[in-house]
Design a protein around this ligand. Structure first.
Ligand SMILES: [Zn+2]
Length: 357
């Protein structure tokens, strides 16, 4: 454990009386102090994805007084989100408000001193560096590997720390990635899991208690990074199961010297060497999502996973189901055709949620 922040340094803090009252219970904590609170108030955090983890994180960071929060999300609020996305309410779902916008409005009611910059957007190789370059820390609230690899590339390239998080069922994981110091996301997961082998929140369900636990771990890590407490940062990968009470801390030599990203400085996702290609299908009111790399989907496995969402039909070439009112057809090479939309981000979002990569 670290010693409390230096008392003399605390005397120099310029926090105003109102702020001192608002954050008094936090700045009294030995790991923060008034100087730490000053750093939080000046802190710039990027939250990528404002679903379950992201919305809880934005709430916690805003209440902690993190001064500048950028929120990027491509989706809108739905009724089925409310069970775990604590920042949103029925009015947001009824209006179909974009999550980034709903988050900014909620924070304005919670802590008007915090500046939130909402972006209703997909994070892509084209825009990710621009987002990452202007912040101190990135918090992962995404739901897919592709975006995490992209965020990892951008953060390692620009030397910005990021905190990975994931939650499904009653389980969750978190890892703090500090470029040049710790293992990166690709050291741990060199390649995305095969399509159809990984469950998603839509197929396996997710408990809000697990989500909140992971988001809380992520936020504590962000706060340690902002106040500069290197000693107490989490090392390695933390995994928890709030139903079975299992807890795993994987430490040790996780860093891979041969890692394409942090080892060789090859940013394949950022350079769009490995990326998805999504395109609308002319005149069909449908979108094709193409993972952009050779995949061999186990259609039988995928069919079994998707059965949790409703009736599934399949043959040896494809699996078909109806999700959120859209007929989705997935082929053995990983392509999917999603009917009933011409919006690329809607199709990519459905693909990420139900096919899971
Ligand atoms: Zn690496």
């Amino acid at each position: 454990m670290s010693a409390p922040h230096d008392a003399e340094e605390d005397e120099l803090a310029t926090t105003g009386p109102a702020e001192r009252d608002r954050y008094s219970r936090q700045s009294r904590f030995w790991g923060i102090g008034r100087a730490g609170q000053e750093r939080l108030c000046a802190g710039r955090v990027l939250v990528i994805g404002c679903g379950a983890l992201g919305s809880v994180a934005v709430d916690l960071l805003a209440r902690a007084g993190v001064g500048h929060i950028t929120v990027v999300d491509r989706d809108f609020v739905e009724l089925s989100n409310l069970q775990r996305q604590l920042l949103f309410d029925e009015a947001d779902a009824a209006a179909g408000t974009p999550k980034a916008i709903a988050a900014a409005r909620a924070v304005a009611r919670i802590n008007s001193e915090v500046e939130v910059r909402p972006f209703v957007a997909d994070v892509t190789p084209t825009n990710v560096e621009e987002f990452v370059a202007h912040v101190d820390v990135v918090l992962d609230g995404t739901d897919n590997f592709e975006t995490r690899y992209l965020v990892n590339d951008a953060c390692v390239k620009l030397g910005v720390p990021w905190v990975y998080g994931g939650a499904i069922g009653s389980t969750g994981m978190s890892m703090t990635i500090v470029p040049g110091e710790t293992a990166c996301f690709r050291c741990l997961f060199p390649a995305p899991p095969p399509v159809g082998t990984m469950e998603t929140c839509e197929t396996a369900g997710v408990l809000a208690a697990g989500v909140v636990t992971v988001a809380a771990m992520q936020c504590a890590e962000v706060m340690k990074l902002l106040v500069g407490d290197r000693e107490n940062r989490s090392r390695g990968l933390t995994a928890i199961d709030i139903w079975t009470n299992d807890h795993l801390q994987a430490e040790g030599r996780l860093r891979d010297p041969g890692c394409p990203c942090c080892g060789q400085q090859r940013f394949e996702y950022l350079d769009a060497v490995v990326t998805s290609r999504t395109a609308s299908l002319c005149g069909r009111d449908a979108i094709q999502v193409n993972p952009g790399r050779a995949l061999a989907v186990d259609l039988a496995d995928l069919g079994r996973t998707l059965k949790a969402t409703g009736p599934v039909t399949s043959n040896e070439y494809l699996v078909r189901c109806v999700v959120d009112g859209h007929e989705m057809t997935i082929f053995a090479d990983g392509r999917a055709i999603i009917k009933g939309t011409t919006d690329l981000s809607v199709a990519r979002s459905l693909y990420a949620r139900y096919v899971g990569t």
